[in-house]
Ligand binder design. Sequence first.
Ligand SMILES: *[C@@H]1O[C@H](CO)[C@@H](O)[C@H](O)[C@H]1NC(C)=O
Ligand SMILES: *[C@@H]1O[C@H](CO)[C@@H](O)[C@H](O)[C@H]1NC(C)=O
Ligand SMILES: *[C@@H]1O[C@H](CO)[C@@H](O)[C@H](O)[C@H]1NC(C)=O
Ligand SMILES: *[C@@H]1O[C@H](CO)[C@@H](O)[C@H](O)[C@H]1NC(C)=O
Ligand SMILES: *[C@@H]1O[C@H](CO)[C@@H](O)[C@H](O)[C@H]1NC(C)=O
Ligand SMILES: *[C@@H]1O[C@H](CO)[C@@H](O)[C@H](O)[C@H]1NC(C)=O
Ligand SMILES: *[C@@H]1O[C@H](CO)[C@@H](O)[C@H](O)[C@H]1NC(C)=O
Ligand SMILES: *[C@@H]1O[C@H](CO)[C@@H](O)[C@H](O)[C@H]1NC(C)=O
Length: 246
Amino acid sequence: MRVNFVFISGFLLASVALAARPRSLRLNLVERSANDSSDGIEYGDWAGAVWHQANGTFKAVTGTVTVPDVWGPTNSSATVAVGIDGDTCPNFAMVQVGVTATVTTNGTNYQAWYRWNPTDWVFVDIPICARNVITLTLGIFDATSGFAIIENASTGQSVKEQVQAGSSGYPLCQQNAEWLLEDIFLNSTQVPLSNFSMVTFTDAKAFGKDGKIYTPQGAIIDDVEQDGQVLTSVSVNGSSVSINHV
Ligand SMILES: *[C@@H]1O[C@H](CO)[C@@H](O)[C@H](O)[C@H]1NC(C)=O
Ligand SMILES: *[C@@H]1O[C@H](CO)[C@@H](O)[C@H](O)[C@H]1NC(C)=O
Ligand SMILES: *[C@@H]1O[C@H](CO)[C@@H](O)[C@H](O)[C@H]1NC(C)=O
Ligand SMILES: *[C@@H]1O[C@H](CO)[C@@H](O)[C@H](O)[C@H]1NC(C)=O
Ligand SMILES: *[C@@H]1O[C@H](CO)[C@@H](O)[C@H](O)[C@H]1NC(C)=O
Ligand SMILES: *[C@@H]1O[C@H](CO)[C@@H](O)[C@H](O)[C@H]1NC(C)=O
Ligand SMILES: *[C@@H]1O[C@H](CO)[C@@H](O)[C@H](O)[C@H]1NC(C)=O
Ligand SMILES: *[C@@H]1O[C@H](CO)[C@@H](O)[C@H](O)[C@H]1NC(C)=O
C-alpha cells in the first residue's frame, strides 16, 4: 500500500466556502420514534447509521462506498463520510473523513477532506470521480488525535492523513461511530441537497475499545430533513448502510 502524507495544513475550506455545521441545528433536531423497532430515527442534516455508546467506546470506523453521481441545482451538494462523534458528545466534538460532491455550472466537483469540529475542513489532494469505489477509514489514538485514510478500493492506493484537534478542536468522547450521506452547510446555511444515485457503504465496521466490532445493524438511523421534508430513506444490515434520495 502506497501511503502519502499529504497534509494540506493551512488550506482552510471554511474560509472559502464551507462552515462547520452549527451546533444549533443538531440541538433543533426533530426526533421521532421509529414505528417498527426500538431505535429512534433522527431527522437533521445526516442520513445513515450512527452508533450511540458510552464514552471511550470507539477506536476506529471504516466503510467502502461508491462515490455517487449527483444532480440538482447549481451549488447543491451531497457528501459521503464516516466519522467518530458529532451526535451526542458535548460541543459536537467530531472527526470525519469524506467526499463532497458539488454541482457547479461546469459539472460536478468532487472534493475529499477531513475535519475535526469546530476547526475548518481540510482538503485532501486525491482525485475523485463519480463511481470511484473508495474506502474511508478513521482511527483514533486519543481524544485529540488520530488518522484518516482514503483508499482507492480498485487499486489499493491510499492517502493517509494525521488528524488532530489542534488548539481549537474539541476533545472526542468516542461515543458515536457513523456512516453518512450529509447535507452540508455553506456559511452556516444548509445547502440544497443534490439528488444522488444510491449510496451504499459496504464492509461498514466500527471498532470498540475491547475489540468488539460494531456493524450498522442496531445503530440509530438518521434521515435528512430540510424545510420539513424528509429527503432520504435508509436501510441497514449486518455489513451495509444504504441511503436513497426520495
Ligand atoms: C411505519 O411507518 C411507515 C411510514 O409512515 C409506514 O409505511 C409503515 O407501514 C409503518 N410500519 C409499521 C410497522 O407501522
Ligand atoms: C453558487 O455559488 C457561487 C459561489 O458561492 C455564487 O457566486 C453563485 O451565485 C451561486 N449560484 C447559484 C445559482 O446559487
Ligand atoms: C468554469 O470553467 C471556466 C473555463 O475553464 C472557468 O473560467 C470558470 O471559472 C469555471 N467556473 C466555475 C464555477 O468553476
Ligand atoms: C482509482 O483507481 C482507478 C483505476 O486506476 C482510477 O480510474 C480512479 O480515478 C481512482 N480513484 C481515485 C479516487 O483515486
Ligand atoms: C464524556 O467525555 C466528554 C469529553 O471528555 C465529557 O465532556 C463528558 O462529560 C463525558 N460524559 C460522560 C457521561 O462521562
Ligand atoms: C461566506 O461568508 C464569507 C465571510 O462572511 C463571505 O466572504 C463569502 O462571500 C460568503 N460566501 C457565500 C457563498 O455566501
Ligand atoms: C431523485 O432521483 C430519483 C432517481 O432518479 C427520483 O426517483 C426522485 O424523484 C428524485 N427526487 C427529486 C426530488 O428530484
Ligand atoms: C446487506 O446489504 C447489502 C446492500 O444491499 C447487500 O449487498 C448484502 O448482501 C447484505 N448483506 C447481508 C448480510 O444481508
